[in-house]
Design a protein around this ligand. Structure first.
Ligand code: FES
Length: 113
């Protein structure tokens, strides 16, 4: 069952991500959603290197060029559209993706982790 995360206008392309919580088998976990190159992508807010949150300030997920999701701890770089790590200590691993959709002016979580 889908769940409303936010209004579509809350996400600027290449702008801040929006943090939210998801229910997982292990309990509630931090997640985030962002808009990048026109698409909307969501992941658990947990680095593949060490299981800590990625953003250096709440909602600040992208690097200075806006090209990668960057972990604030050791600089792992993730492709925003795939979650795949392409730089840093966990190259080849990936963020855990959450399925989201954009419809009727809103962003919905379609599946919990
Ligand atoms: S914890 Fe993210 S790069 Fe080390």
């Amino acid at each position: 069952m889908s769940r409303l995360i936010c209004a579509a206008t809350d996400l600027l392309d290449g702008g801040d991500g929006l943090r939210f919580q998801v229910d997982t088998a292990g309990g509630a976990q931090a997640a985030f959603v962002l808009r990048w190159h026109g698409g909307v992508y969501a992941y658990l807010n947990q680095c593949a290197h060490v299981a800590i949150e990625l953003d250096w300030n709440p909602g600040k997920f992208l690097d200075v060029d806006g090209e990668y999701v960057m972990c604030a701890a050791h600089g792992a770089l993730y492709e925003p559209d795939s979650g795949r790590c392409v730089g840093g200590p966990c190259v080849g691993q990936a963020l855990r993706r959450l399925m989201v959709s954009e419809r009727n002016g809103n962003i919905y979580l379609e599946a919990e982790a």
